[in-house]
Design a protein around this ligand. Structure first.
Ligand SMILES: O=C(O)CCC(=O)C(=O)O
Ligand SMILES: [Fe+2]
Length: 335
């Protein structure tokens, strides 16, 4: 059903990205996710209200307006409550996450896996580097002490650059899809066609490690490839409809535009790879999504998936945690 054509595969290997329209059923896959997140938001609202961080639970608002109001009034972004992964540091035994059945159902979406299979083969592992990204309108978004939007535009990077070095030997495929229509105004992705052909480029931390000062235009902590290192003038925005999916190689240079609209922009980004290759975040759990060789290994049970994440969190909370960052900012390109 979702199998890719020869032309689509050629486009992917030539340019390092491919947009596929109508790949993910909005009613069967996406709407249940939105419904599930309604409950998560309700729980968050209860918690913040009880703590006196918001003056109302905003129960009558739809998801986007409600999350915007809650973030704006509390002055904080609570995306970790919705995310189906864990933070890269500071994990505690009460760090929130959401690994619910509608999310798992999306990771297992058959038409999506058909397309993934066309690119990486039929032994498919769901890589644990995966996120939901909720971006409230910049005009209303909470800002940090430097006046930067918290969780705003995504800077230029390659996904290989935000994983550990082991991923250099892994055929990791990124799948990005919006939970509503994504446009240039609300912050769709931008890609640099052909940028996947070279090596993993230098990523610079959002601050200079020597001076501790912020690198201009960068959110603190975020990694970014300096625009001198790639053909930024070739950047191409990729507007997408709800149900479309965008495939990227691990070396395709990409970013996301700021959300200057008056509604939220939210999306899922998932990753898949052949079974047995390193994930680049080995302390997090992935699962076998498809296998002809070992069908008995395929995970179909959303509660097991949830428990894998809970076990990982509880284990990591007890340990000393290291940072995933493979970049130290010492490269002259970062100056
Ligand atoms: O959605 C975004 O803002 C960035 C997504 C991204 O970089 C990715 O999916 O790899
Ligand atoms: Fe990315």
């Amino acid at each position: 059903m979702g199998r890719l054509t020869k032309d689509q595969l050629n486009h992917f290997s030539e340019f390092g990205f491919l947009k596929v329209e109508n790949l993910i059923d909005p009613e069967k896959i996406i709407d249940p996710i939105i419904e599930e997140y309604h409950t998560v938001l309700g729980n968050l609202a209860d918690e913040l209200y009880a703590e006196g961080k918001i003056s109302s639970k905003y129960e009558d608002l739809e998801f986007g307006e409600r999350v915007t109001k809650i973030y704006a009034e509390s002055g904080e972004v609570y995306n970790q409550y919705f995310d189906f992964s864990l933070p890269q540091s500071g994990i505690k035994d009460d760090t929130p996450f959401w690994a619910g059945p509608a999310v798992f159902n999306a990771l297992r979406c058959e038409s999506l896996l058909d397309a993934v299979e066309s690119i990486i083969g039929d032994e498919i592992f769901s890589n644990p580097i995966q996120h939901v990204r909720i971006k409230v309108p910049e005009a209303e978004a909470p800002r940090d002490e430097n006046g930067m939007v918290k969780f705003g535009a995504t800077p230029w990077h390659q996904d290989a650059g935000v994983a550990t070095e082991e991923v250099d030997n892994t055929n990791m495929l990124t799948v990005w899809f919006p939970l509503m229509d994504a446009s240039e105004e609300n912050g769709c992705l931008q890609v640099v066609p052909g940028s996947h052909e070279g090596k993993v480029l230098t990523h610079c931390p959002g601050f200079n490690p020597k001076t501790g000062k912020l690198v201009q235009g960068l959110a603190a902590g975020g990694l970014q490839i300096p625009t001198t290192l790639f053909q930024s003038e070739d950047a191409m925005p990729i507007p997408m409809k709800k149900g479309d999916a965008l495939f990227l190689t691990k070396k395709t240079v990409h970013s996301a535009l700021p959300n200057i609209s008056d509604k939220i922009r939210w999306s899922f980004d998932l990753r898949y790879q052949p079974i047995g290759e390193p994930t680049g975040r080995d302390i997090f759990p992935g699962f076998v999504a498809r296998s002809k060789k070992h069908p008995e290994d395929i995970l179909f049970d959303p509660t097991i998936w949830h428990d894998l994440w809970e076990d990982a969190r509880n284990k990591l909370a007890k340990e000393e945690q290291f940072s995933f960052n493979r970049w130290d900012g010492e490269d002259p390109a970062c100056a």
